[in-house]
Design a protein around this ligand. Structure first.
Ligand SMILES: Cc1ncc(COP(=O)(O)O)c(C=O)c1O
Length: 383
């Protein structure tokens, strides 16, 4: 049976694995299958070499050194390791943690755990109507009692790009650490200096055209003793994250990072942001009202469109679009939970506005034809 092709507009939930990335991974499932921690034979040495090459590709992507990269199962684990790990070795004088109101749930839940069970004070920094962190409030809250500030580089629901260099300058004079969840950043901003601005940076393989199930945490070298591991065992990765490093996934993440360091990455971003703007214009011309959530212009993720369809339930609209168009109501990680998006609520939207909002996200393999067809399908489904 010929099924109509589904247009994929959910790149911020997960990206398809780039065929060049896939090709790099294939040999590690069978030919070069070694355990990178098997130090007594050549098959293990080859695997270890691959892991080290990957670490160096990831390091190049964000501007750090290879030995500052710790592989994890994804950005969720990286964010947990950053916050729980730091807190559990924190000096007694620094018991406050600041997070923005629109952090990913895995950051908010880690911080909440520290507040509920480990005696930390967790404070939420508000954002404005477009999702930018209120820098004045942040400045007023930072002092020598704060351990870490956790602010994401790019939001996964509304695409807001934060001013990480400025935030970095604000925290440093107080000896406060900056953790940056950069899972959504590499596809849309130049992150080549991010490790010079933040002390810890979280990344995810499946948001950058690599495989699911791998991520990384950059930990500034001199901070590595200040992190209590979450996973104990054989002491791999300098004891910071025990467990066998998955070589095929690592090879994929390294290849994905390399592609984002290539000169074509900037052109790709420009092309995707043009497509995003075309899609927004097409919906704005529709014979019914729509309202864009989040920022306009340059400070928005190149592929992100988050838009309200007043009076319509987003889930019903998405259902009506099946099987022709795949988009979502926001963070895939909270889909299935029948509560309005905390990100949209933080912008000041009411629950009805939040419940009528859909996130479309475009990426590397989106074509102009798909943009036109996606807009047509949405307009048809809404009418
Ligand atoms: C900003 C952000 N942080 C963290 C995560 C979690 O990443 P992972 O799926 O790699 O655990 C996501 C996934 O949606 C994300 O968008």
């Amino acid at each position: 049976m010929n099924r109509p092709k589904t247009i994929y507009a959910d790149y911020q939930a997960t990206t398809p694995v780039d065929p060049r990335v896939y090709a790099k991974m294939v040999p590690y499932w069978n030919e070069s299958f070694g355990n990178p921690h098997s130090s007594d034979h050549i098959i293990g040495w080859h695997a270890a070499e691959t892991v080290s090459e990957t670490a160096s590709s990831v390091a190049k992507l964000i501007g750090c050194d290879t030995d500052e990269v710790v592989f994890t199962s994804g950005a969720t684990e990286a964010n947990n390791l950053a916050l729980l790990g730091l807190a559990r070795r924190a000096p007694k004088s620094r018991r406050r943690i600041l997070v923005s109101a629109i952090e990913h749930k895995c950051v908010l839940a880690s911080a909440r755990t520290l507040a509920d069970y480990e005696g930390f004070g967790v404070e939420t920094i508000p954002v404005d109507g477009a999702g930018f962190v209120d820098l004045e409030t942040l400045a007023n809250r930072i002092d020598e009692t704060v351990l870490v500030v956790s602010i994401m580089a790019v939001n996964n629901e509304i695409g807001t790009i934060q001013d990480i260099p400025r935030i970095s300058e604000m925290v440093a004079p107080h000896g406060v650490l900056l953790h940056c969840d950069a899972a959504q950043a590499p596809c849309t901003v130049d992150v080549s200096n991010l490790a010079t601005q933040a002390d810890l940076v979280s990344l995810s393989g499946h948001k950058i055209y690599g495989p699911q199930g791998i991520g990384a945490l950059y930990i500034r070298r001199d901070l590595q003793d200040s992190i209590e591991p979450l996973i104990h065992g054989g002491g791999q990765q300098d004891g910071l994250r025990s467990g066998t490093v998955p070589v095929p996934l690592c090879a994929g993440m390294g290849a994905a990072a390399e592609l984002l360091c290539a000169p074509e990455a900037a052109e790709e971003r420009a092309r995707i942001s043009r497509q995003r703007d075309t899609f927004i214009k097409l919906l704005e011309c529709a014979p019914f009202p729509t309202t864009l959530n989040g920022p306009t212009g340059q400070l928005r993720h190149a592929g992100n469109v988050n838009i309200q369809f007043p009076g319509f339930d987003a889930h019903s609209l998405l259902g009506a679009l099946q099987p022709r168009l795949a988009a979502s109501t926001g963070s895939a990680c909270t889909s299935g939970t029948p509560e309005p998006s905390h990100v949209l609520r933080a912008l000041g939207l009411g629950s009805e506005q939040a419940d009528s909002s859909i996130r479309f996200s475009f990426g590397r393999f989106t074509t102009d034809e798909e943009i036109a067809e996606a807009a047509r399908l949405v307009i048809q489904a809404r009418e």
